[in-house]
Design a protein around this ligand. Structure first.
Ligand code: BGC
Length: 761
């Protein structure tokens, strides 16, 4: 991430004068905000709607100018992109001491998967399927963020994504609305705790509302066109779950939705968000999203700013369309005083809830900065959470776990590479503090294993790609040796070893924002290396670092084992070693299908049936399929192996009839049939066989995690009630429909037991 330095000119410390307030009780808040707003001029109200960045991590070409003067003039509501109690204290002093009404600022940042201690990328976190662990990661991130004086984080990102070409698939929780909703809720709870005014909690910001993950062709910022039935049933749930969990703010997305850009979309911002879901918090745009409405072709800056406010946007991130045009629009009757007041009120209410009117410096604490950032406890948690995110995709002949003896050839451009371990959106993470894979292995096995290392390849040899990826620093470095020399070194190294561990994959910024890719396999440089390693005849363990589902058809056929480690964060090397050598039994399961090739995209488990359904293996004419590839993905949603194995009994239903208001239970006995203790995520799916509209072939409705010792059997029971079976019909009414249902329980979306029941009126 680009770092620009924040310099506030003329920081004079005047005697501190703050507007005081209580922070409990909404009547008190209303009274306080009403009284304050009575004193405010229109300009000051519009000033509160202005979110600026003086630098830090930026994702657009614009950086705010004259920030300190604007703060003094009451033209700034909040700041993002700076961290640290000292800097933030200084900026807050300007607002509190030098602006006419002394209104404190809020301070935000992209804290996405950890703040200083970096956890796995969200797609990896979601693969743990462990909402309490994910909540814990958000709690730690909030602790660290507040110790760095922040009080607002632009997370969770909950965009459902079914197109791995889109780079931001890395930032979300995959393809499923149910799992996505559970994770959204956990993250909001983790960040916000039960009291926003505590100096260890932050206001969360769910993003990017809405449907950003459904960009056409997986191309960043692209158009979204979607039926409302699909939108309501398959995409909106995680945003709503965050709202239901009390998220303090929502960020509008860059894309259009059915022709209307989200940032000017009244249907999304007011009808759905505020009226249907009852959201009372603050809506902020994405970076310069108001200005970008001009490119969307819906008016000049004044017009689009008015449209955004009228749609229901409160705060304008960086572009200053609101600051520079809303007063004129008010005079011309294009926006109303009420519109401006409502937006201003929501900004002030957020500040009130954060306790900033009581103590604008409550998050500035040098002591906490010293003790809480990257504490031992946080690093320990990061190591465990990383291990929990890893997914074992293949393990032939139980080659994993590796023996803690003999010789290992550790090969690949990501094996000894600090720069890429943290993944995208780790703006406050320090790559230098990340544990590399080679270091982690040494930490865990010491001298018991002889480790031979060779780089083997560059992450990519494609100079145009390298230039794009390296825009914020050298993530892909090009070795002085030629590709041929590197491969022959690697092969010689492999030949001396008992087993090859190839650490391959993407550079951190090959995913994330503005990182769409049309090919999602390993880069040819690494593919060539891997082929040469496989040719040695040694067992090859592919440790894959990736921010998206990749196409791994060749790899799946030819390598012995594949461990997907995503971008595992600060402690990744230790966590990888824990798993490779069996100190930790992997239990992650993928939350986004891995396609066999790009042509299959989008491929996701919860699709509708067609009139001519695909029959696996049959290959007859006139079916909904491809001539050249099966419909199924290479690895389906919910899939992931363990060092042990599990068997599932048939499903027992306590009744075959479900009545409204009632409940039935579906149970299975799960047995650990292997030789190690292991964790299994037992997944519950249902299918409505006949409906007023076509319904998905499977929908996740529940999951439970159990740990079983070898030979142990546990009964896992899921309650099913009518609420679990509701959906939005073609009138967008949330209904249940009586009739036949199937229930499935299993180890992945593609490997389940099934039973039938009826929902009666
Ligand atoms: C991204 C957001 C982010 C914002 C602020 C934008 O480009 O889309 O996810 O929160 O920048 O950094």
């Amino acid at each position: 991430m680009k770092k620009l330095h924040f310099s506030l000119v003329g920081l004079l410390v005047f005697c501190s004068f703050t507007v005081s307030a209580q922070h409990s009780g909404s009547t008190k808040m209303d009274n306080f905000v009403n009284a304050l707003m009575k004193k405010m001029t229109v300009d000051e109200k519009i000033g509160q709607l202005n979110l600026v960045t003086p630098g830090g991590a930026v994702t657009g070409s614009v950086v705010s100018k004259d920030v300190d003067t604007k703060i003094r003039n009451g033209q700034v509501g909040g700041l993002f992109g700076i961290t640290g109690p000292d800097k933030i204290h200084r900026a807050q002093e300007i607002a509190v001491n030098n602006s006419r009404l002394h209104i404190p600022l809020i301070f935000g940042l992209d804290v996405i998967h950890g703040h200083r201690t970096i956890f796995p990328i969200p797609l990896g976190l979601s693969a743990s399927w462990d909402t309490s662990l994910i909540r814990k990661s958000a709690r730690i991130a909030a602790n660290e963020a507040t110790a760095d004086a922040l009080n607002w984080v632009f997370s969770p990102m909950v965009d459902i994504a079914r197109d791995p070409r889109w780079g931001r698939v890395s930032e979300g929780s995959g393809e499923d609305p149910f799992l996505g909703s559970e994770i959204a809720k956990a993250m909001v709870e983790g960040y916000q705790g039960n009291d926003l005014a505590k100096n260890t909690t932050v206001m969360a910001c769910v993003k990017h509302y809405a449907l950003y993950g459904a960009a056409e062709a997986g191309r960043e910022y692209n158009t979204v066109d979607m039926s409302k039935v699909k939108m309501y049933n398959e995409y909106l749930a995680p945003y709503k779950a965050a709202v239901d969990a009390g998220v303090g703010s929502v960020m509008s997305s860059f894309n259009t939705v059915n022709g209307v850009p989200a940032t000017a979309n009244k249907f999304l911002m007011t009808d759905v968000l505020r009226k249907q879901w009852g959201f009372k918090g603050l809506v902020v745009t994405d970076y310069t999203a108001v200005n970008e409405l001009v490119n969307h072709g819906i008016g000049d800056l004044q017009t689009v700013s008015a449209k955004a406010l009228n749609a229901g946007i409160d705060m304008d991130m960086v572009g200053e369309g609101f600051l520079t045009t809303l007063k004129k629009s008010l005079q011309q009757g294009k926006v109303t005083q009420k519109g401006i007041d409502d937006a201003c009120r929501r900004v002030l209410e957020a500040k009130y809830k954060l306790g900033l009117f009581d103590d604008p410096y409550r998050y500035c604490n040098n002591e906490r900065e010293k003790t809480e950032l990257m504490s031992d406890a946080n690093l320990k948690a990061a190591r465990e959470i990383a291990a929990r995110s890893f997914v074992l995709l293949k393990n032939n002949n139980q080659v994993l776990p590796l023996k803690k003896s003999g010789t290992i050839a550790l090969i690949g451009p990501l094996a000894d590479n600090k720069r890429n371990m943290l993944g995208t959106w780790s703006v406050s993470g320090d790559p230098e503090k990340s544990v590399t894979i080679i270091q982690g292995i040494k930490n865990v096995v010491g001298n018991d294993v002889n480790i031979l290392y060779a780089k083997g390849a560059n992450i990519s040899d494609d100079t145009a790609l390298i230039k794009r990826v390296n825009v914020f620093g050298t993530e892909i470095d090009v070795d002085q040796k030629s590709p041929e020399e590197m491969i022959s070194d690697a092969v010689a190294t492999a030949n001396k070893a008992d087993v090859v561990v190839a650490v391959l994959g993407e550079a951190a910024d090959m995913t994330g924002e503005s990182s769409s890719m049309s090919e999602i396999g390993l880069q040819p440089s690494q593919e060539n290396l891997l082929r040469a390693l496989v040719k040695t005849g040694k067992p090859v363990v592919l440790v894959l670092m990736n921010g998206r589902p990749m196409t791994l058809t060749w790899e799946d056929e030819h390598v012995t084992a594949i461990l997907d480690i995503w971008f595992g964060g600060t402690e990744v090397g230790n966590a990888v070693a824990d798993v490779l050598f069996g100190n930790y039994n992997p239990s992650g399961k993928i939350t986004a299908s891995f396609p066999r090739n790009v042509g299959q995209i989008p491929v996701y488990y919860n699709h509708l049936n067609t009139g001519r359904p695909y029959v696996p293996g049959e290959g007859t004419k006139f079916k909904s399929d491809y001539l050249d590839v099966p419909n199924t993905p290479l690895y389906p949603f919910g899939y992931g192996l363990s060092y042990t194995s599990f068997s599932y009994s048939d499903i027992t239903l306590n009744s075959k009839t479900l009545k409204p208001g009632g409940k039935i239970t579906a149970s299975v006995n799960v047995t650990n049939t292997g030789t190690r203790s292991g964790k299994e995520t037992v997944q519950l799916y249902t299918r409505q066989m006949i409906g007023s509209i076509s319904r998905p072939v499977k929908e996740l409705k529940g999951f439970q995690q159990i740990t079983l010792e070898p030979g142990e059997t546990r009964k896992v029971t899921f309650p099913i009630s009518v609420d679990d079976l509701k959906f939005y019909n073609s009138d967008l009414k949330y209904v249940y429909e009586p009739g036949a249902f199937k229930v499935f329980i299993g180890t992945s979306s593609a490997d389940v037991k099934e039973a039938d029941f009826n929902l009666v009126r």
